[in-house]
Design a protein around this ligand. Sequence first.
Ligand code: SF4
Length: 360
Amino acid sequence: MKYIDEYRDAAAARRIAEEIRRATIRPRTIMEICGGQTHSIVRFGVDTFLPEEITLVHGPGCPVCVTPIEQIDRAIAIASRPGVIFCSFGDMLRVPGSETDLLSVRAAGGDVRIVYSPLDAVRIARENPERETVFFAVGFETTAPANAMAVFQARELGLRNFTVLVSHVLVPPAIETILSSPGNRVEGFLAAGHVCAVMGTEEYVPIAKKHRVPIVVTGFEPLDILQGILLVVRQLEEGRAEVENAYARTARDEGNAAARALIARVFRVTDRKWRGIGSIPRSGLGLAEEFAAFDAETRFDVASRTAEESPICISGLILQGIKKPPECPAFGTACVPEHPLGATMVSSEGACAAYYRYRR
Ligand code: SF4
């Protein structure tokens, strides 16, 4: 298949769904990791094609959703300072911190700019040598190479007015945490294809073996997702627990060696707190010693800030596949996209936003 429409073909979807139906012997719970996959499932009604024995639950693969509230507060504190140009991807601007959000900082006169690449932030720093430029570096393994490149380039250029507020997270430790939870009911995973395009598949192999779960690398279109579910179901029913790559058009098993090398040079693996879930050991990236001068938390002395989540929001349970958005009492009432209580309603990839948009 070459064209996007072919990956959305309803007749082909029904054929794969029929194969899933034939392959399914007993009830199964499968988690799609990525928020992009969640949106595709809800938008195209992929789950409505499935036999009732298959339950899809939604994973923690939305970077906006899992960026901790205190990190949003740190971003707000930095962006509020005079002389700072704060650069971010647009979807972070409406995420609520403890009291406000970056959009409100901009409305109050803060210089908060939306950029489409971290290299845009480097350019802004070059053009404004008398001011501090800060880039909010969030995301999974997918955005880490470009963010690493921005830091690397800033150093090559000798920029002293450029820093990054790093909130990078890694997928495999999150899968381990979900599988180790006493409430876990996930029996198989659709892994995000774009993460594997960078990192490859080898990190998943020990997880599949240890927890006896199939992990199928999957794309983002409806047929990709159905194909991934079919492969997970076949493995489960045959008693196999392997890593399979169903996204070979983009992801190779070995990943992207150049991108991995750049990430390993600029970043180091750290413990990281996930919004709604808590701290997960070795689940994040921080700047390596060599690039420590580019750390905005240190330059602006905001590292010690702490904050509490809304007691109403259950997005942590949703991100671990324990509950679904309509099970939240605030869904569609106290919490709507215009007045979100949690990040899963704000983010364009958030599960609550997907259900609100397509399923209300
Ligand atoms: S509906 Fe709102 S309050 Fe409920 S889990 Fe989702 S984001 Fe949180």
